[in-house]
Design a binder for this molecule. Structure first.
Ligand code: ADP
Ligand code: ADP
Length: 239
């Protein structure tokens, strides 16, 4: 089943910079894809068109057969909620607990007074705790985020995304600010989620070795064009 389809997609930023050039790409449900390339190649622009953080300039882009650029208002918001997004900088509320971070993503439409008072539906508590267990930080549920290591914080971000029940997760350099050992652990978490939950995962990563080790498919981008697309076993780092 195809979940993401790019047809001749171009992205030209408002300042005239041509960031994506004639992108054609077909991605199936459950694939684990690493997008590699130098800084400035267009990796971030590419994944951010998928949940429409960026509009494309021309071409067509479908997610689950929906024409992404036709979505507006409520439909766009609910579409975005179905796609998990993970950032290099974690983007958590650091002065509150791990559990509360996960819960507020889980129930974005809850009345503000309930969020303020910390009153969440029981089922959402269970889902949130399950998500924390899945990424191995259940014991940190009541810790404040700013007391955790970088790797633990990225796991909180992953749990928060999982609590939204996404079918797709986009991750923009999720391990770039982590030490090598922690980076591997976080990549393993992505792999586990991909395999166990059949979630399609796209990760931007400039660390080629990690990409080859964990991803099934590697897409190389250079100056806004796809220059490589194949299984990770086809790539050699010897050259
Ligand atoms: P990567 O993720 O591979 O580092 P990006 O997608 O962030 O690359 O950026 C690709 C190119 O587009 C870079 O040259 C960057 O400077 C440029 N760019 C990114 N965002 C914008 C923007 N909002 N306006 C203009 N140029 C941009
Ligand atoms: P879009 O059309 O996808 O909304 P815009 O061209 O409006 O993108 O740019 C989005 C934001 O990124 C703007 O606020 C712009 O100032 C900022 N930006 C501009 N140039 C760059 C760049 N080289 N790298 C990253 N961000 C940039």
């Amino acid at each position: 089943v195809k979940v993401i389809l790019f047809e001749q997609v171009n992205k030209i930023y408002d300042n005239g910079f041509h960031a994506l050039k004639d992108i054609n790409l077909s991605i199936g449900q459950g694939e684990f894809i690493a997008i590699i390339g130098l800084s400035g190649a267009g990796k971030s622009t590419l994944i951010r068109t998928i949940n429409r953080m960026h509009n494309i300039t021309d071409g067509r882009l479908f997610v689950n057969d929906v024409d992404v650029n036709s979505l507006k208002g409520k439909k766009l918001r609910s579409f975005r909620r179905g796609i998990g997004m993970i950032f290099q900088s974690f983007n958590l509320v650091t002065r509150t607990t791990v559990l509360k971070n996960v819960l507020t993503a889980k129930v974005p439409d809850l009345p503000v007074w309930r969020t303020v008072l910390g009153i969440f539906p029981k089922k959402d508590y269970i889902d949130a705790l399950e998500a924390l267990e899945k990424v191995g930080i259940l014991d940190k549920a009541y810790s404040r985020v700013d007391q955790l290591s970088g790797g633990q914080q990225q796991r909180v971000a992953l749990a928060r995304t999982l609590a939204q029940n996404p079918r797709i997760i986009l991750a923009d350099e999720p391990v770039a600010s982590l030490d090598p050992v922690t980076a591997k652990q976080v990549m393993q978490d992505f792999k586990k989620i991909n395999k166990e939950m059949n979630i399609t995962v796209l990760i931007n990563i400039h660390h080629v070795e990690l990409a080859l080790q964990y991803a099934d498919r590697v897409i190389g981008i250079k100056n806004g064009s796809i220059v490589f697309d194949g299984s990770s076993s086809e790539v050699s780092t010897e050259v």
